[in-house]
Design a protein around this ligand. Structure first.
Ligand code: SF4
Ligand code: SF4
Length: 316
């Protein structure tokens, strides 16, 4: 496994970051011991970086996975909180549930524009104070937009940016992959921000060309690490071998890359619209009192599932 400096944070992160979303309740919902074993297999293979978020519900998996080695692992989490006190609560919850007295990176979750960034000024103020106090080590933002990458690049308080980027530009809401790469170069090379990418496989849309998609992102300048969601130990074995520059096992490759994924909407949907209101890709619409998904727009993030009062949504 290779390791890169994450901007000026002083953290050396593995090129492969364990994307924690996929094992939790919004996606595969693995039993606790099984999900923790998947994370642990990645740590055993040299991964030292785990990405999660308050929304994902995966702190218990991480707590169990890092037991006995908890200070050797770099953990990033995120929250939608926009007030000072709510962000403090989010950070305290993460520390308590993961059982650590600090979290390495804490991010403003899913910032959609520079206006949204301004609206989170109080939450950002808390993160800066927490950094001063050693409760977190670096402050960041996650985003699907080029606009936020450019804005955050110029913000002194932001150390790390977690943007969506893949070879087809899937999920970037305001431009192309080339434009996002230019914004990443501005942030990383000109402004010294640490960059770790998300959705290198377009949320599953690029699974059939995963080797090519990984090769593309690993060749890009300025990206220190790439968060990849993994649900099984087979996926961990494959991804750690690719990120270590080894040829993946062909049989395992065919088994993993040919599993189609989709958003399942159960029949008992009542058409309340909560999911559509929270979908970052605007991939959901309500027609005839039922939710419908535009599969081409959906990046299979599973975020909508967190807002459904009827528990009708899951990624399968
Ligand atoms: S939130 Fe759930 S119940 Fe409401 S429209 Fe969406 S899928 Fe249906
Ligand atoms: S419909 Fe939207 S929120 Fe739900 S999984 Fe797809 S992109 Fe994510």
């Amino acid at each position: 496994m290779l390791y890169h400096a994450l901007g000026k944070t002083g953290l050396n992160v593995s090129r492969l970051c364990f994307g924690g979303l996929t094992i939790g309740p919004l996606q595969s919902n693995r039993p606790l011991a099984e999900g923790a074993a998947v994370i642990r297999s990645a740590l055993d293979a040299g991964v030292n970086f785990i990405d999660t978020a308050e929304l994902y519900g995966t702190y218990p998996y991480i707590r169990q996975a890092i037991s006995g080695r908890k200070h050797d692992v770099i953990i990033a989490s995120k929250s939608y909180a926009y007030t000072y006190d709510d962000m403090r609560q989010s950070v305290e919850t993460a520390c308590k549930e993961i059982d650590r007295d600090y979290i390495d990176l804490f991010l403003l979750h899913e910032q959609t524009s520079r206006m949204t960034l301004k609206g989170h000024a109080d939450a950002l103020a808390y993160l800066c104070d927490a950094k001063q106090q050693g409760i977190i080590r670096a402050v960041g933002v996650s985003t699907h937009t080029i606009d936020v990458v450019k804005a955050a690049a110029l913000m002194e308080d932001i150390d790390v940016i977690h943007p969506i980027i893949n070879c087809k530009g899937i999920g970037i809401t305001d431009g192309t992959a080339e434009e996002m790469l230019a914004a990443i170069a501005l942030a990383a090379i000109d402004c010294g921000k640490g960059i770790y990418a998300m959705k290198a496989l377009g949320g599953g849309h690029l699974n059939s060309m995963a080797q090519e998609a990984f090769a593309w992102i690993l060749a890009q300048q300025g990206i220190s690490s790439i968060a990849v969601g993994m649900q099984t130990i087979d996926e961990v074995i494959l991804n750690t071998s690719i990120f270590s520059g080894q040829e993946p096992d062909k049989q395992l490759w065919n088994k993993v890359s040919n599993v189609p994924r989709k958003l399942l909407i159960e029949d008992w949907c009542i058409g309340c619209g909560e999911c559509a209101a929270h979908c970052p890709m605007k991939a959901l619409t309500i027609t005839n009192d039922k939710a419908h998904v535009d599969s081409a727009a959906c990046v299979l993030c599973g975020y909508c599932g967190a807002y459904c009062p009827e528990f009708c949504l899951k990624i399968i």
